[in-house]
Structures are given as C-alpha cells and as structure tokens.
Design a protein around this ligand. Structure first.
Ligand code: ASP
Length: 506
C-alpha cells in the first residue's frame, strides 16, 4: 500500500462547538424571523447537494475497498452475518419499545369529543368562553375570529361535551356564530346550557396520500429485491440508489481480488476513496453554516416558533410518544448495547465524536445524504476499522433504521386508536413484523418512512387515510428519527468492529 493512503487518518479538528453555534443561530433565526430563515434555506441546500454529490462515488469506493481489503473474502460471511444480526436485534428492540409506549400512553384515545375531533385532523381556531342565546346564536368572549365559515367548522362545548355545526348562511361575525343544531357524542340532538367553555374547530383533514394506497407487503418485498439489480447502473447512480450500488460494488470488489492484475484497480479505488473522504473533510468545514441554515429554513417554513408550536401542540401526545421512544432507544438502549458489546468503552465519548453526523442527519432528514459524514466520524473520530465502517455504514444507511421502525409502530397504533380499532396480540405481532420490514424498505431520504407505513396499516386493516392525520408534524419527527437511524448505524458499526477482530486494519 503506498504512503499516500495512510496519511489521511488524522483525527479531524473538532467541529462540535461551531456546529452547536450554527444550530443555535439557526433556531433563533428561523424561530423569530421566519421570513429570513426561509430566505437563507438555499445555503443549507448547497450543503445537502455537496453531500449528495459524494454519496454515489463514496458508496462505490468504500464498498470495493472494504471487500478487497479483507484479504480473505470468507471474512465477509462473518462480518455480514454479525451486521445483519445486530440490525435485527436493534430494530426489533426499537419496535417493541415503540409498541409498549404507544399502548401505555394511548396518545390516540380521546377522552372528550373535542379531543377526538382534534385528533381526527381538526384544527383549533378558538378556545374561549361562550354564552348561548335561545336562537342558537353563540356569543364569543374573545374577538380574534375569522369571519367566513363553511360547514367544516364546529363549535364544541368542552365542558358539556357537545358539538354544534356552524350554519354558514347564518349571521356569523367576529363575536357571534350561528349554530344549526347541537349534538352529544352519540349524535343525539340536545339543548346546551347557556354558558360554557368551548372551542371552534376547523375540520379540514390534511391532504390525503395519493397513489400509495395499493402497495402491500408482497409489493414492497418485490420492490426491494428487484431494486438490488438495477436495469441501468448509471440511472441508479444518478438517483443515489444506494442498495443496488452496494450489491454491484461487492460483486465487483470480490471479482477484483481473483484477477491477477486486479491490484491496479484495487489500489485505484482505495486512493479514490481516500480522496473523496478528503473532500468530505472540506465540506464539513462548511457544516456549521449549512446545518444552521437548514434548521432556520425549515423552522421558517413552519412559521417560526409560533407556527411550530401550533403544529406540535395539535399532536403533542403522539409526537411526545415518538420522541420519548426515540430518546429511550438512543440514550439508553443503544448506549447499553454499545457498552456491553464493546466491553466497557464509554458510549458518551463515542456519541460526542459522532455528533457532526447526528446533527447532519437531523438537519438533512436523510440517512443517505449523511453517509459521507457518518463514515468520516466513524473512521476518523472514532477509529473504527475502515474495512468494517466502509462495509457497515453504507449498508446500514438504507437497511438499518431503528428510529423509522419505532416511529412506524407508534404511528400505526396511534391511527388505530383514533379510529377506535382495538388491536389484538396477533395484530400487534403483525405490526412488529411489518414495521421492521417497512423500515428496511424505506430509502434513506426525507419522509420515506411515511410512505412505507402504508404496508403496516394495510397489513392490519387500519385505514390508510389515517396517515393524513399525522402529516402536519412529520417533517419534525422525520428529523428526530433520522438522527436515531444514523446513531444506530454508528453503534452497529462499532459493535461489529469489536466482534470482528480478525478483519485486518488498513
Ligand atoms: N428520513 C429517514 C432517513 O433518511 C427515513 C424516514 O423517513 O424514516 O433515515
């Protein structure tokens, strides 16, 4: 191996503080000045583009140099088996954790009619005290109302648990609304008491998913298997389809080791791999600004802090359940497995050295776009054997998604709860299996998990339209789960590194 290859493994200067400052500034800008947050989003897009540009060449060269560097190709079997087993264990635990939390917390079970309507995609427009006149004219004590109503709007008397449909042709203005009739939670017509605390709810259900309703488990399995070998390699490269590139690179690398003159190309790919990682180094210098701009932009799109709070609060129990699950998995289960398998290495230090990758995952919402940074942090900061990281990380980015699996399980049961569907143990087991599969099938791109969730819902006959109920906050949960996905990838790489001591170091 020539000298040029070995000079690259210098630890990278810590970017932690600049990245944290970037995130802090991004949150402040997007939160307080949403317009300016949106304006600077393009800076973040430059950062994402720079990373995406490197995904294809990096995956190909990493995989080839990982295989050709093993020395004995039979080592691949042990490494592959251990990697897949750890994927299954970590993802399985994540789904079980998600299921336990959603069953205990019951975020989709509503105690009152108002809660039920809000969970079903209603938007809260007003929360105030009312007095009701005999002709059903409702006087509102607060006058921050919109004037035009149609029949999607409801007045809900919280303390009496009854609902009134607004008469769109009635005398409706900022202070009073005409209600057609009042109904209790069983649909019986009732007369309300003349005063009450109430809400006005807009029953707009978020836009429906289109064209995805027909995919089933078999379709998804077929799609995953067929995508392993693409019709056109260049198209796979152009689309950054990581899985087929992994397969073809593994085959290509293995064949190179059997050719007499293969060494020429083996050296070529190894040097190319190092050169690309150098470019990643350069891009990372820009990461504090890029990450900050992405966060400012997305927060700006949500309407700053107030817009984000409205989105979050409309589904706070559900979002809280997902976030609690991700937190427990990321901060307790994965560190415990890490500590146990690496025989006492401190997980916190490992976590800190992975932070540039984790913050990139949070800001891009894409495991695939994060591959270059994950590799960089795993190899340079955490000193994982490059032969192992080069194999495990790109594969993990598309196959190992603990956060997505946990989220799919929580979301599916949450939607079932909203629709009042009781799930038995058999259906829970089906959710466990399909959520795992849906996470494997999800590409490492933004909101891919939302689409593959159709598989889980269909498998247990939960209405697919239910996905529309969780759309509003998905952009945020996507970022959280992508961070845990990438953290899980790094932990698996470290564990395989420990378990595969026979693999030669580069
Ligand atoms: N955005 C996630 C990822 O790239 C996938 C998902 O939507 O859950 O890891």
């Amino acid at each position: 191996m020539n000298q040029e290859i070995s000079v690259n493994n210098q630890p990278q200067k810590s970017l932690l503080i600049p990245i944290l400052i970037g995130i802090f500034c991004g949150i402040l800008l997007g939160g307080f000045l949403p317009f300016w947050g949106k304006e600077i989003y393009f800076i973040g897009e430059i950062f994402i583009n720079a990373l995406l540009m490197l995904v294809t060449p990096l995956v190909i060269t990493s995989m080839i140099s990982s295989i050709t560097g093993l020395g004995d190709i039979r080592l691949l079997k042990g490494m592959g088996l251990k990697t897949l087993t750890l994927y299954m264990i970590t993802t399985g635990i994540a789904v079980i954790l998600g299921l336990m939390l959603v069953v205990i917390i019951q975020p989709g079970v509503a105690d009152t009619e108002a809660e039920r309507l809000l969970l079903r995609g209603g938007q809260l427009l007003q929360n105030a005290s009312y007095s009701i006149e005999p002709n059903n004219q409702v006087n509102v004590e607060n006058d921050t109302f919109r004037k035009s109503f149609d029949d999607r709007y409801l007045v809900v008397l919280k303390d009496q648990n009854i609902v009134g449909k607004i008469d769109p042709s009635g005398e409706n203005n900022q202070r009073s609304i005409l209600v057609q009739e009042w109904q209790d939670s069983e649909g019986k017509i009732v007369t309300p008491e003349t005063k009450g605390k109430g809400l006005v709810i807009d029953l707009t259900i978020a836009q429906k998913l289109s064209g995805k309703e027909n995919s089933s488990i078999i379709d998804t399995l077929k799609r995953v298997v067929m995508s392993l070998l693409p019709k056109n390699l260049f198209q796979a490269m152009a689309n950054n389809d990581v899985l087929p590139l992994i397969v073809i690179s593994l085959i290509f690398g293995a064949i190179l080791t059997t050719l007499d003159r293969g060494i020429i190309l083996i050296d070529f790919f190894e040097v190319l791999n190092k050169a690309i990682l150098k470019i990643v180094d350069l891009i990372l210098l820009f990461s504090p600004v890029g990450i900050g701009a992405l966060i400012a932009g997305r927060l700006g799109q949500a309407g700053g802090f107030s817009g984000f709070a409205t989105e979050f609060l409309s589904l706070w129990k559900y979002s809280g359940t997902v976030i609690l699950g991700l937190f427990l998995h990321g901060f307790i289960i994965l560190p415990f497995l890490f500590y146990f398998i690496t025989k006492g290495k401190p997980p916190f230090l490992f976590f800190r050295r992975m932070l540039p990758a984790l913050t990139t995952a949070f800001s891009t919402a894409s495991s695939s776009a994060t591959i270059p940074v994950t590799l960089e942090c795993a190899i340079k900061n955490n000193k994982i054997n490059p032969k192992i990281a080069d194999f495990v990380i790109p594969l993990s980015a598309t196959v190992n998604m603990d956060g997505t699996a946990l989220y799919e399980a929580v979301a599916a049961v949450f939607i079932a709860q909203i629709y009042g569907i009781e799930l038995n143990l058999g259906q829970m087991i089906i959710i466990f299996l399909t959520a795992t599969l849906a996470a494997i099938g999800a590409a490492g791109i933004p909101e891919a998990g939302l689409v593959t969730m159709v598989i889980v819902l269909k498998a247990v006959n939960i209405p697919v339209e239910g996905i529309s109920l969780i759309l509003v906050i998905d952009w945020f949960l996507d970022r959280c789960r992508t961070t845990v996905n990438v953290w899980g990838d790094a932990v698996v790489a470290a564990m395989v590194d420990k378990l595969e001591s026979e693999v030669p170091h580069r």
